[in-house]
Ligand binder design. Structure first.
Ligand SMILES: [Zn+2]
Ligand SMILES: [Zn+2]
Length: 304
């Protein structure tokens, strides 16, 4: 039985979460990064710790205040999402973080580039890096929807019939590598300083950690800046004409520029999310089958 103070706290949290969770997360991540940079602290830790806490807060908030009750019920997808997260963060992500700077920065970036960046104020560097990373990420995502070979990889991300926080990590490892290469690769090739790249990640991680959350966030004008869960929900719509929108990674700027932005205040609920019905996509089998399904296209035929 919950005591009166507990009930009061829960009531206050239910009031605060919709409008405050995303702005508070952005602020916390930004402040942690700024403080670590000012004091010579560990920037990687200042990036990863708030991101992990925001994810955990989002998952806890999903239990307290779900946007849709039926999305709180597992649909046989939790093991796929957990397996995918373990593979990405246990193997793929560390390997990329180690290998890519060695190849792109150490071997290919012109030595003079670093001096060029250093001549700009930090915020200007961050702005340019953000626009570049978001631009190439936008097109990487759009190409994954346009080209059948890439869609074969990306369908895994769209395979769930519900949206909740862990969907964020349901990504085919090859899809993840391509995304990473498109997002961070150009910055490394152009010699963008490591702390600028990490600052961009500190800006984008809070958005990404909550992007699939089953929460009734009401982010207001922030929906015109960031690819929030209100905006990203449309991207997962299972209806042609609705789903081909909002390809942006953390920002919606390039969706606005290229005419793929969709946000309908007060009507923010696509009828259903998931794969387009009746199509043959590789996201209907256990995780390992899905990962290997490039070679087993008939193993995962969707029900018509
Ligand atoms: Zn997509
Ligand atoms: Zn998504």
């Amino acid at each position: 039985m919950r005591t009166l103070p507990t009930l009061r706290i829960l009531r206050i949290l239910r009031m605060l979460i919709p409008r405050c969770l995303l702005p508070a997360s952005l602020l916390a991540s930004g402040l942690a990064f700024w403080y670590a940079r000012e004091t010579g602290g560990d920037l990687q830790l200042a990036l990863a710790l708030p991101a992990a806490l925001i994810l955990l807060a989002g998952m806890a908030a999903e239990r307290l205040l779900p946007y849709r009750a039926d999305w709180s019920v597992a649909q046989g997808d939790t093991r796929t999402d957990a397996s995918s997260a373990a593979l990405l963060f246990g193997v793929v992500d560390p390997a990329l973080k180690w290998l890519l700077p060695l190849v792109l920065t150490a071997q290919l970036a012109p030595a003079s580039a670093a001096a060029g960046w250093a001549s700009l104020p930090f915020l200007a560097q961050l702005l340019i890096a953000t626009l570049l990373a978001e631009f190439s990420s936008y097109w990487a995502h759009r190409l994954h929807h346009a080209l059948p070979g890439l869609w074969w990889l990306h369908a895994l991300h769209h395979g769930s019939g519900r949206l909740y926080a862990l969907n964020n990590f349901r990504i085919h490892p090859l899809n993840y590598m391509i995304n990473y290469l498109f997002c961070i690769g150009p910055l490394l090739l152009l010699g963008v300083p490591a702390d600028v790249i990490l600052a961009y990640l500190a800006l984008s991680y809070p958005v990404l950690m909550l992007q699939h959350a089953n929460l009734p966030l009401r982010s207001g004008w922030l929906n015109h800046v960031f690819s929030t869960n209100e905006v990203h929900r449309w991207h997962h719509a299972d209806t042609p004409g609705e789903g081909e929108h909002n390809f942006g990674r953390a920002l919606v700027l390039w969706d606005k520029v290229f005419g793929t932005f969709r946000y309908l205040p007060g009507r923010d609920d696509p009828r259903r999310v998931g794969l387009y019905r009746g199509a043959n996509y590789p996201a209907r089998a256990p995780f390992l089958h899905q990962v290997l399904s490039l070679r087993l296209p008939s193993c995962c035929r969707a029900a018509a």
